[in-house]
Design a protein around this ligand. Structure first.
Ligand code: 3HC
Length: 316
């Protein structure tokens, strides 16, 4: 057995024994690259995810709603920073990752390429998008890479607030006037299927899952998490008196799961290829913010350089 194969087997045994892989540990290059891919895309998703909601900060219906939405959007920025830092522990360069996003080369979650035409969309995002993110991120608290797993523990605490504030918005609307309930139902219709797509392609169509499960990067498959999310969320919709927009949704007593209709994978792949309703708008906004922030980066670099010079003079 070659040394490389020996090392890989030792690594697999280490992960199988439920040890956490730390930055300085030996790891297969493909493990490193898979994590840089996933963690950087996760970070991009957090940063781009601020945009659909920012659209409503100035138009929130009350000061309380505005404060909650502001706090959530600020949290997402922090999640992005944790995750870029986690990717940097694997040797990824921050500016390379940012450039990959701005150039359109890097992926971010498909879900953020949908518009938010009404206030109810903000409720549906918190309830469904953050609800789906929680299902995925609670699983990732047990991922084999230490820095990613620890970032997830911190992020999940904040996600719970995000989901609660979204569900409360939906409850207020569903229990409000007929027009408000209609607005909530329309938002559920818009966000239900794209939220199911967040979990990624089916296990049969996922090129990365098998290896990610073997290395315990993923602890549950895309389909398992999607099913868990559906089983938990359908009763919440029923409590609101809203109808999930899936005529094939049916409780399966034998399997204790909801059977559900076919997901429109054509839409999914079209959105991740850049043809969603808001892909261009999101990238234009990110590039504009980046350009407008150029002076801040220059000032921070100039300050850091000055500090370095002062330290050298003091040491001389
Ligand atoms: N949007 C965009 N691309 C997606 C996607 C989605 N919803 N689901 C899958 N893909 C991409 C994958 O990135 C992969 O492409 P790549 O190889 O070029 O990177 C391809 O489709 C095949 O998918 P796989 O299932 O084989 O890929 P993974 O094993 O990486 O699984 C994943 C996909 C489940 C999304 C996994 O990457 C993951 O768990 N990522 C971390 C969680 C995450 O990124 N969540 C995004 C939302 S964050 C969020 O919602 C913030 C909240 O605060 C609002």
């Amino acid at each position: 057995m070659t040394t490389e194969m020996n090392l890989e087997q030792k690594f697999q045994d280490y992960v199988d024994a439920e040890n956490k892989v730390e930055p300085k540990d030996w790891m297969p290059e493909k493990y490193r690259q898979t994590l840089i891919r996933q963690v950087s895309q996760h970070a991009h998703s957090e940063v781009v995810g601020m945009l659909p909601e920012a659209n409503w900060i100035t138009r929130a219906p009350s000061l309380r709603r505005k404060v909650a939405l502001l706090a959530k959007v600020q949290d997402e920025a922090g999640h992005g920073l944790y995750l870029y830092s986690a990717a940097e522990t694997l040797g990824a360069d921050r500016m390379d990752m940012v450039e990959d996003l701005l150039s359109g080369k890097a992926k971010y979650s498909s879900i953020f390429n949908y518009p938010t035409p009404t206030w109810a969309d903000i409720g549906a995002i918190g309830w469904l998008v953050d609800g789906a993110a929680i299902a995925n991120q609670v699983m990732l608290c047990r991922t084999s890479y230490g820095p990613y797993s620890r970032a997830m523990v911190r992020i999940c605490k904040e996600e719970s607030f995000h989901q609660r504030q979204g569900y409360e918005i939906m409850m207020t609307l569903a229990q409000g006037s007929a027009e408000q309930k209609e607005m909530a139902q329309a938002a559920l219709n818009r966000w239900w299927w794209p939220s199911l797509m967040m979990f990624g392609p089916t296990d049969d169509d996922s090129p990365n899952s098998a290896q990610s499960m073997k290395w315990k990067i993923k602890r549950k498959s895309n389909d398992q998490l999607r099913q868990e999310f559906i089983d938990k969320t359908v009763p919440q919709a029923e409590f609101l008196g809203l109808t999930v927009p899936d005529p094939d949704l049916k409780w399966n007593e034998e399997h204790s799961h909801y059977d559900f209709g076919e997901i429109n994978w054509e839409e999914f792949y079209s959105v991740i290829k850049g043809n969603g309703k808001c892909n261009k708008q999101r990238m234009d906004a990110r590039n504009k913010a980046h350009d407008e922030g150029q002076w801040i980066r220059e000032a921070a670099n100039a300050y850091a350089k000055k500090q370095e010079e002062r330290k050298k003079q003091a040491a001389a």
